[in-house]
Design a protein around this ligand. Sequence first.
Ligand code: CA
Ligand code: CA
Ligand code: CA
Ligand code: CA
Length: 353
Amino acid sequence: MIRGILLAGFAGSLLAGLFSPVSTGVGDPKTGLPRAIAAPFSTGPIKLDGKLDEGAWAKAPWSELFEDIEGSKNPKPPLATRVKLLHDVLGLYIGVQMEEPHLQGVFTEHDSYIFHLDNDFEVFLDPDGDCQNYAELEMNARNTTWDLLLTKPYRDGGRALDSFEFKGLKTAVHLDGTINDPSDNDKGWSIEIFIPWKSLGEIGGSSPPKTGDRWRINFSRVEWEWDVKDGKYVKKPGKAERNWVWSPQGEINMHLPERWGSVVFVGPEDGSKPLPADSKASARLLLGRIHGAQHVYRGKTGKFATSLDELKLDPAPFAKEAVQIWANEGRYEATVSDKAFPKLKIIEDGLLR
Ligand SMILES: [Ca+2]
Ligand SMILES: [Ca+2]
Ligand SMILES: [Ca+2]
Ligand SMILES: [Ca+2]
């Protein structure tokens, strides 16, 4: 899903239109924080056939059901979507289950822009959590894949590199119904994805991860509405795609990586234990809001702000004193400090660490 790409080449105040200092509707509606999921260490074999019926999968907890990308202010999606994660010495496994009465898929060629014409499932992964050099994988019900690397989010002038390949990626789809046949009602589709550590190591972070490590991740499902013409699915005219996600983004944009959820790598029997709180979650969201506000401010004034007051931002749950902002010419830095973590910093191009 690449809303906003059309504007990505524009500079200055137009680019500021891609930024939003608001982040309501993000994550879990109770906490307002991005969701987290455990990926237990898998002790059993996994046969990549799209069916999550191995004993190994039973050790992995189901995620929450996906919600609308803008969060709980919108109605819950009418079709259920959920994921599970596992890991072993070789790599990361992602299992997906989706209700779907209209199994559909056009694209068969790798690296096609799948979401343009097809319902899809999408993975977003930023192992080192710096909001740059992150990968996206899209799949349709025909097991066609599109993997790409974002040098930065589109808002920050990032480029999407389709030539990026998850080396050793394996995917499988199981269809519970008939594809591209609207004469019946289908039950759904499920997916198994395997991404080797070696490939994930190429996009940063410590790969393979250690037990207890946390990586930034989110999942999205694009769902079109269909008419049937001459026995075929055609997109309903004038209807935008619906975007359902695991950890709500608060707006229709997956490319706000500071709002993604996280996966925590845990031991084989620890899948159902509560996960430790993400000590940096609030600071990441605040830095994302500062980043959005800085670019809106620069769009209006031609320069970056040097204080929260200029940005009209309330840093809650942090005290004002916890936030430092420096700006000069076309550059800025903002930091948040807290007892729970060393200083976290964002700069003008969105690099967060
Ligand atoms: Ca399987
Ligand atoms: Ca990164
Ligand atoms: Ca590719
Ligand atoms: Ca069908």
